[in-house]
Design a protein around this ligand. Sequence first.
Ligand code: ADP
Ligand code: ZN
Length: 765
Amino acid sequence: MDQQSLFNVEPQPWQLDDQDDWLVARIAFSSAPYGPYDYSIPASMETAVKPGVRIEVPLGRGNRKMTGYCIDVIGAFHELASTVNRSRLKPIEKVVDAAPLLTSSLLGLAHWISDHYICPLGQVIETIVPPGVRNQSGTREMLFLSLADGVAEGLETMKLSDLQRNILGTIRSSVQDWTPRELAETVGCTTGPISTLRKKGLIVTTSRRVQQKTHEIPREQRMSDLILNPEQEIALDAITKHIDANTHRTFLMHGITGSGKTEVYIRAIQKIVEFGRQAIVLVPEISLTPQTRQRFRARFDRVAVLHSHLTAAQRAWHWQQIAAGNVQVIVGARSAIFAPTPNLGLIVLDEEHDGSFKQDKAPRYHARDVAHWRASNENVPLILGSATPSLESWHRAGEGTYEKISMKKRVLDLPLPDVATIDMRADFGGRKRFGPISQKLRQEITQSIKDGGQVILLLNRRGFSTRIQCPACGNVETCPDCSIPLTHHVEGNKAVCHYCDHQIPEPRRCTDCNNPSIRFSGLGTQRLAATVEAMFPDVPMMRMDTDTMRKPGSHERALAKFRSGEIKILLGTQMIAKGLDFPNVTLVGVINADTALHLPDFRAAERSFGLVTQVAGRTGRGEKGGRVLVQTFCPENDAIQAATRHDFIGFANTEMPQREEFNYPPFGKLARIVIRSEIDSKAEQMADHIAEEIEKSASELQKEVVVLGPSTAPVEKLRGKYRFHMMLSANHQGDIQAVVKRAQTTIKSIDDVQWIVDIDPQDMM
Ligand code: ADP
Ligand code: ZN
């Protein structure tokens, strides 16, 4: 804690006083050295220093000026007083912020994230407070005018021109703060005479930061409440009980697609808004569609939608509005869990199984776990909703840690769509190869369009061909920086690495043996679109994937066209699988259900099941009903089978025993350590060293933490760096953190090698 113990510095006179009324600020930094370190607070700054404000301090031997976050103010009677070593503390130099950037509750959350995910506190705080708030985006330093002392009283007797008297009189008679320009406009002169009065000392100025421009929160046409069906009523009752009692509870709302979960969220939120409290609704980024916004804005007056296309200034403005209590409902992706609500009443995580709730850079937090900590700390209910819950949440609900709410029927008693598999092995084995769309699927598409319906086709791979291979030597074109095959994109005639975006012109010859008959194979969305176009030349079709949806707003525009019926066939990646509610979709085709089934990841089956079930749920939402065709090379696979029955419980029942056997989550706890370096052998050496230190640390602490590996990562090379990884497995979550933290103190770094710890990893590649 005492940073000076790192560097020998002589004590200063002000460091030797010895009374009980000392105050020390504990400061954390967002870059190394992260601290936290303690600094004394000079008497003149005592009232300005609060936890959550930024402070400028001298750091290290050279007294480099650094800005850090005050995370605690500690005095003689503070519970942390004994942790302060008061000899030789340097004083802080400057308090940067007039008010704390984050509430004490968010600061508490930051402490938990830092501890749980093993990430420096300063770095966590930078994640919580948006950059626009830190650098005051969208605000401007402005000058405000007021009368100098005595001017107001003496105005009548002063020797002044009429204009001057008018200017001063206008300031005197108004409660408003004037800027020079506004005042000049009101009086009807230029700013010249005002400057003259300033020079004479009759007008004084103060400067203040003000919001440059406000961003209106749009409102939608108000919509009245729906009449809840019995299952929705039961769900709402269970939640309302805890809202009324002001107690924390986590609900796992397992409701099939189209069972009306969102309507229940809205009703629960209405309750807490009546009490003057705020709700946070987290959805996957991709679900932040106009449809979602509209649903909330049609029911509440003040809804902030936080999506990734906001500018820093807009984000900062929303943050301030939320902090001021002006917003009732915050709808946003992962990071909206950090919304600075003054009086939180409820948190909802919709599609709680979605992988996008986990951040893939430090702090590697999972919004579901952060939400759980925040909800229990602020004593409010948390609702996790999904048609295909994560097995982690399902397990907790089974144990009774979460309260399970089941919604088994679709609203208005609409039936779930029929799902049939098409065995693509048969298709390939027959006389003729059919390409990406089987005969059966082709017939069904024709029929659906003829009947006035719309079609969704899912293929979870973008690009044209996913494999570029030389038939002569077998060489597969791969990224020079990553061990990843390049994908051929016809748009722009290029081959692209989907990991690092490295691009080369479409190869004409094998880069290894120069053979000209290079072969493009493997199906991506571009090729599928070309096939569909050729097969149904008169049917308007649209492709939706990250390549076609790069521009802000393109997602919205595309969905609007589909909603209006202008587009008949929508094809795309998982982007189209989630949350969309289009009653006229009568057919869903899954082009290849197996794309993710065979990845070396213990969640491969869970993800495949989830994706097929979710996309199947996009149909049968209207009177015309719906039908789903799933093309697969493994129709007998348990996950695919369960998805055809919309049978989450059946899937969980076959999957859970396998997880238990290998002590994978939700049974055991996992952490993943990834080591990377441009030099293969250095990465390997470091991996071995880390594994050794972890094992040593585990045995010293007598904790059962098993090290699996190290081995090369499935993606052996990424962005020019070789990668090794290992898994840490334990029965108790805290054991992993304890063992890693202890090992961190003995692990010796090797030059040019980086390593990261990922607690509860989602990405195994
Ligand atoms: P989920 O989130 O479970 O997939 P939604 O909340 O999106 O389901 O509901 C599906 C559709 O049913 C929406 O169009 C919604 O407006 C409608 N809906 C929900 N509840 C009711 C109800 N009680 N009566 C009539 N329609 C409803
Ligand atoms: Zn690459």
